[in-house]
Design a binder for this molecule. Structure first.
Ligand code: SF4
Length: 315
């Protein structure tokens, strides 16, 4: 339990530079309190329950994030498996995904504490029937992968060969214009002199217009330029969006005219908005009351907020 007297310090810097990522910006827009909890609290009394509960909340994944992770991991494993033809790798992609899906579903359903995979929709009570919900996620995922398999990009990744796949950690950070920028490519590869990255992104509800902000994929392109000296005209950043609300539609987009000045401007403007925002201080929180809003119900910190002596508000 956190007390009003406890000292909490905020820091948004990484190695002395302001840190920036698209998910930080998204988290801030969702709720500044969730942004502070997820990214900024550096020191808190270790002997209080707060630490464990906060760590647990940070690790919660939405079903969409869980699916994104599985798609990325399956594609990486299939594309780097040696001794298979492209056709066999395509089948392998599906097999790996099904294997991981079964493993995760069992762990989630039977609450395997060692695995530590907890799904927000289940933990926050949005989905009451765990088995049914997991079955629905699995069906969606299998349908996505069937659509993905016929994509030229996926076929290219599966046939480029081990040596052309770049081993890039995800997330990865790089320095850009005074910022430490983080991005999370699912896979990166080189083919015919082009340097490619690919990310999977989920949406909930209608798939957005294809011109909706391509910032996450452009950041991956910028990362290849900064860390791997890839020439701008040789960059291609791909993304696959899938709708987890049930429509089996996959939207792919290629950002090969990566506009660095537009991305830089975006980073600066978002950072400035956060910097100027009066983020709530702990001492002020007693005046707030967390609403049982739809936003809070879909928030990773709902249980954590419930634990607080002075509840946060949804701002
Ligand atoms: S539960 Fe609500 S108030 Fe608390 S961090 Fe989440 S969105 Fe914000």
């Amino acid at each position: 339990m956190i007390r009003k007297a406890d000292q909490i310090s905020y820091s948004f810097n990484d190695g002395g530079n302001p840190a920036w990522s698209y998910s930080r910006w998204r988290s801030f827009r969702y709720c500044p309190v969730s942004y502070i909890l997820k990214y900024a609290i550096l020191q808190y009394p270790q002997n209080l329950d707060l630490g464990e509960e906060l760590r647990r909340a940070k690790k919660l994944k939405t079903a969409g994030e869980w699916m994104e992770d599985m798609l990325g991991a399956s594609l990486r494993e299939a594309s780097t498996s040696a001794g298979f033809s492209v056709q066999e790798k395509t089948e392998l992609f599906t097999k790996i995904l099904k294997r991981d899906l079964n493993r995760d579903c069992k762990n989630i359903e039977y609450g395997n504490k060692l695995n530590q995979l907890e799904i927000l929709e289940i933990e926050n009570g949005i989905e009451k029937e765990t088995a049914r919900f997991l079955r629905k996620c699995g069906e969606l995922l299998k349908a996505f992968i069937e659509t993905l398999k016929s994509s030229e990009i996926i076929q290219e990744v599966l046939c480029v060969g081990n040596l052309n796949i770049k081993r890039i950690p995800s997330p990865v950070s790089f320095f850009h214009e005074g910022f430490t920028v983080w991005c999370s490519p699912d896979i990166a590869w080189t083919q015919s002199g082009k340097h490619n990255t690919l990310i999977f992104r989920y949406v909930h509800g209608e798939l957005p217009d294809k011109y909706e902000s391509p910032v996450p994929s452009m950041l991956c392109g910028l990362m290849l330029h900064k860390l791997y000296k890839a020439q701008v005209e040789r960059l291609q950043a791909h993304e696959f969006k899938f709708d987890i609300s049930g429509d089996n539609e996959v939207l792919s987009r290629k950002a090969d005219a990566i506009n660095f000045s537009a991305v830089t401007m975006y980073i600066k403007e978002c950072s400035e908005t956060i910097r100027k925002s009066p983020l709530p201080q702990l001492s002020e929180l007693e005046n707030f009351h967390r609403k049982d809003s739809a936003k809070c119900r879909r928030c990773k910190f709902m249980r954590f907020c419930d634990e607080l002596e002075s509840p946060f508000s949804c701002v």
